[in-house]
Design a protein around this ligand. Structure first.
Ligand SMILES: N[C@@H](CCC(=O)N[C@@H](CS)C(=O)NCC(=O)O)C(=O)O
Length: 163
């Protein structure tokens, strides 16, 4: 029987988008609960939904009577399940080092996402952008040039299912 997934996240890309992209890429059957997202009030999760979330935060993936939270745990689970997480342990770890670098970038920018003080926000964004360019984007570019559009090896990272 085909697994049907339910993804609960805000009506925004944020930490839910990678999960959506994987589900779409593998042709999974899934529906979404999109919690309204308000730029001013921020993200408020209704109590009846929050009780389903292990750490009171979205995203939440439900399937086969199970629940999972933490966006990277969900993404890695799906990647392993659908054979996208690398052909061996090393390639899988190479995927992880890129994913974790992307998470570092995300975390750095999120720190300024809701900064109300315009000057602090601008300074923070400038410093962060420079750090990201020097530390990450320059390296990503080097890898992409070497590998021809792929961040790990020179093709999609497929491998045996985890079983
Ligand atoms: N490390 C967690 C972070 C989860 C997180 O920060 N979720 C935010 C939305 S991106 C949230 O649920 N905020 C509402 C709240 O904390 O009440 C993940 O990657 O899933």
């Amino acid at each position: 029987m085909t697994t049907e997934y339910t993804l609960t996240y805000f009506d925004a890309r944020g930490s839910g988008e990678t999960i959506r992209l994987i589900l779409a890429y593998v042709g999974a059957k899934w529906k979404e609960v999109r919690i309204p997202f308000d730029e001013n009030t921020g993200a408020i999760i209704p109590e009846d939904i929050k009780t389903k979330m292990l750490f009171d935060q979205a995203p939440l993936l439900e399937f086969e009577g199970r629940r999972l939270v933490q966006s990277l745990a969900i993404s890695r689970f799906l990647a392993r399940r659908y054979n996208l997480a690398g052909k061996d342990e090393y390639e899988s770890a190479e995927c992880d080092q890129i994913v974790d670098a992307c998470r570092d970038i995300y975390v750095m920018f999120v720190a300024f996402f809701r900064e109300k003080d315009e000057t602090k926000r601008k300074e923070g964004m400038e410093t962060t952008t420079k750090t990201c360019k020097d530390r990450y984007f320059s390296k990503f570019n080097e890898i992409l040039q070497k590998n021809g559009d792929f961040l790990v090896n020179n093709n999609f990272t497929t491998g045996p299912p985890s079983g």
